[in-house]
Design a protein around this ligand. Structure first.
Ligand code: PLP
Length: 389
C-alpha cells in the first residue's frame, strides 16, 4: 500500500476549527429549527465595494479579447500591483524584487517555511492563530512555544530560536504591539540571527496612536523580518484571494533569488482578476467605501465591548482588531463553554483552546459578523446573565 505523509496525523483535530464546525453542523442537523447566530468565524460579512467589483468586471472582459487576454501571470505578481503596494504601504523603501503577490496569507505563512533549513527551530506563541502550528506540523518542523504577559503580549525567550511567528493585530487576542513591545523581538532576532514572520493581515483595523502598523517601522527590522498582508479583511477578498509579502534583501544575501527559484516552480501566481481588483482598492473612492466597511465592523466591536463590560466580563482587544478575547466567567473550560453557549443560547463563538492550551479559559468573538447577529447574540447573553444574578 502507498505510504502517506505521516506528519499529517500530527495535525491536531480535537481542538481545531474543523472540529468546532463539525459540532455546529451536528447540532444544526439535530435541531433544524434552532435560530443560531454566529460570532465565530473570522470571515467578513460586508460585500466587496462597488468600485472594485466594477474594475474586476472590466478585468473579466480583458480576458475575452485577443489583445488584452492574460494567460499565466508572473509567478511573483504583476508589476502594476507590486509597484502600487510598495508606493502606498512602504513608501517605496523596498524594490520590486522584494515583494510577492500571492493567493492568501494562510498559504504564505506556511509556505515560507520552505525558505529555511528543515532543522530550524520554530517558535510560536500560545495562544496564536493555529495555522502556523499546523503548517509547520505538516512540514515536520520542530515547534516550540512561548507564552504571553498578562496583557497577551508574547514574552521574548532566553533560548535561541530560528523562526518566530508573530501576529499583530493579533488573532485571537485582538491586541496590537506598541513600538517598544515589538522592538524587543526585533532586537532578539538581530542578536540570535533569527527571522520574524510577521502576520499583519488586520492592520486596517489599527486606530491606537502608539500601535505599530508595519514591523518595518522598527529600526533594523528589515534585516530580520518578513511581513505578510492580505486584501481579505480590509477589502472583503476572503473569496477572491489576494495577498502579498515582503522579503527584504537585507535578511540574507541572495535570499530573493533563492525564493524565486522555489516560487516559480511551485506557484503560477495569483489570478489577474484578483490583482486588478486589489489594485483598485487603493484609489481614493474605493478607500472611502472600504473605510465605511471597516467602521461598520468597528461599531460592532464597540457594541460587543460595551456589552461585555456591562455583563462584567474581563476581555481584551476589539480596538485595533475585529476580535475580542473574553475570559470565561463560569467554572468551565473553553470547549465546555462553547457547547454551553451553542446548546443553551444558540450562539457560536470560538473556544480559546483552538488557539493553544493557554487559551482554555477564554473564547473569541468576531466583530466581522453582520450587525443583526451581533445585536441578537448580545441580547441573548444579557438576558441569560440577567436571570442568573
Ligand atoms: N492570518 C491571520 C492571523 C488570520 O486570522 C487569517 C484569517 O482569518 C489569515 C492569516 C488568512 O488570511 P487570507 O485570507 O489572506 O489567507
Amino acid at each position: 500500500m502507498v505510504k502517506i505523509n505521516s506528519y499529517l496525523y500530527n495535525v491536531g483535530f480535537d481542538n481545531s476549527f474543523m472540529n468546532v464546525s463539525n459540532i455546529v453542523s451536528e447540532y444544526k442537523k439535530n435541531n433544524p429549527k434552532s435560530n443560531i447566530v454566529s460570532l465565530g468565524v473570522g470571515d467578513v460579512s460586508r460585500p466587496i465595494v462597488k468600485s472594485v467589483i466594477k474594475e474586476m468586471h472590466k478585468a473579466v472582459d480583458d480576458l475575452s479579447n485577443m489583445k488584452t487576454f492574460k494567460g499565466y501571470g508572473a509567478s511573483y505578481g504583476y508589476d502594476f500591483l507590486k509597484s502600487k503596494i510598495l508606493e502606498v504601504e512602504y513608501n517605496n523603501s523596498f524594490s520590486l524584487n522584494e515583494i510577492y503577490i500571492s493567493n492568501g496569507t494562510k498559504t504564505d505563512v506556511s509556505n515560507i517555511l520552505e525558505l529555511f533549513d528543515i532543522n530550524s527551530k520554530v517558535l510560536i506563541c500560545d495562544p496564536l492563530y493555529p495555522i502556523y502550528k499546523d503548517g509547520a506540523t505538516c512540514l515536520n518542523r520542530d515547534i516550540y512555544y512561548t507564552t504571553t504577559d498578562d496583557n497577551f503580549i508574547p514574552l521574548v525567550p532566553k533560548e535561541k530560536y530560528d523562526i518566530i511567528y508573530l501576529c499583530s493585530p493579533n488573532n485571537p487576542t485582538g491586541v496590537c504591539y506598541t513600538y517598544k513591545e515589538l522592538e524587543c523581538w526585533v532586537k532578539y532576532a538581530l542578536k540570535n540571527n533569527s527571522v520574524i514572520l510577521y502576520d499583519n493581515v488586520y492592520s486596517a483595523f489599527i486606530e491606537s496612536k502608539d500601535a505599530v502598523k508595519s514591523i518595518y517601522e522598527i529600526k533594523d527590522a528589515r534585516k530580520v523580518a518578513i511581513e505578510f498582508k492580505s486584501f481579505s479583511k480590509n477589502a472583503s477578498f476572503t473569496g477572491v484571494r489576494c495577498s502579498y509579502y515582503i522579503i527584504p534583501n537585507d535578511i540574507y544575501e541572495g535570499i530573493n533569488e533563492l525564493w524565486k527559484r522555489r516560487t516559480i516552480n511551485r506557484f503560477n501566481g495569483s489570478d489577474y482578476i484578483a490583482q486588478v481588483g486589489a489594485f483598485k482598492t487603493f484609489d481614493e473612492s474605493s478607500q472611502k467605501e472600504i473605510k465605511r466597511n471597516i467602521n461598520y465592523y468597528k461599531y460592532n466591536s464597540k457594541l460587543l465591548r460595551n456589552s461585555f463590560t456591562s455583563m462584567g466580563f474581563e476581555f481584551y482587544g476589539g480596538i485595533d482588531s475585529p476580535f475580542i478575547w473574553v475570559k470565561i466567567n463560569k467554572n468551565m473550560k473553553s470547549m465546555e463553554y462553547f457547547e454551553f453557549l451553542l446548546n443553551k443560547l444558540n450562539i457560536i463563538v470560538i473556544p480559546g483552546i483552538v488557539f493553544g492550551k493557554k487559551g482554555d479559559k477564554y473564547f473569541r468573538v468576531s466583530a466581522l459578523a453582520p450587525r443583526k447577529s451581533i445585536i441578537e447574540a448580545i441580547e441573548r447573553m444579557k438576558k441569560y446573565y440577567e436571570k442568573e444574578k
